[in-house]
Design a protein around this ligand. Sequence first.
Ligand SMILES: O=P(O)(O)OC[C@H]1O[C@H](OP(=O)(O)OP(=O)(O)O)[C@H](O)[C@@H]1O
Ligand SMILES: O=c1cc[nH]c(=O)[nH]1
Ligand SMILES: [Mg+2]
Length: 209
Amino acid sequence: MGNVYVLDHPLIQHKLTYIRKTETGTKEFRELVDEVAGLMAYEITRDLPLEPVEIDTPVTKTTSHVISGKKIGIVPILRAGLGMVEGVLRHVPTAKVGHVGLYRDPETLKPHEYYFKMPTDINERELIVVDPMLATGGSANDAISSLKKRGATNIKLMCLIAAPEGVEAVKELHPDVDIYLAALDEKLNEKGYIVPGLGDAGDRLYGTK
Ligand SMILES: O=P(O)(O)OC[C@H]1O[C@H](OP(=O)(O)OP(=O)(O)O)[C@H](O)[C@@H]1O
Ligand SMILES: O=c1cc[nH]c(=O)[nH]1
Ligand SMILES: [Mg+2]
């Protein structure tokens, strides 16, 4: 059964406050999203398996540990998910990146897929789907379904802010997927925006409004 983790580290919570604020401009917003994604990646990768290796230090021989060849894939949901990719890659530089293009119809709130390009071996990778916002859950559910259709079996979802409705929707359709959040907010408003949320993540990242 998938679990929901709210990563309440003080550094994450502090930066999230500035991400939410209306007066935070595009440049600072983008930098903060990148930083929080990096901090979240640090927490999410806590369970990566290690293996012992024999090494020489300048003083002696010793046994130390390295990550044991686990393959990771980062899957941003375009556009806004792109803002989280570099932050994760900073900690997992050998990860491959697959892209899912989805936009949410502003009237129906239904997701429409317009792009899908993955590394060929997604069935062998632990995939981290990244998107700042989990609102109705339609976009994340679609992206995860598309990945599973192509053979992915090991998927985590990492979002900055979620509404309870979105979390429930993902848990119902994809109970095997662990969800990692910086905050679980109160609700969705009548336009499908998360309350209190941060507004439109894509527009704030790219200055399109
Ligand atoms: O959970 P949902 O109700 O599906 O809503 C969340 C989606 O909405 C936003 O994308 P948007 O459609 O605005 O596209 P954009 O990133 O290109 O702006 C956000 O980045 C998620 O992908
Ligand atoms: O609050 C929301 C909901 C969906 N998409 C966003 O960018 N923000
Ligand atoms: Mg948007």
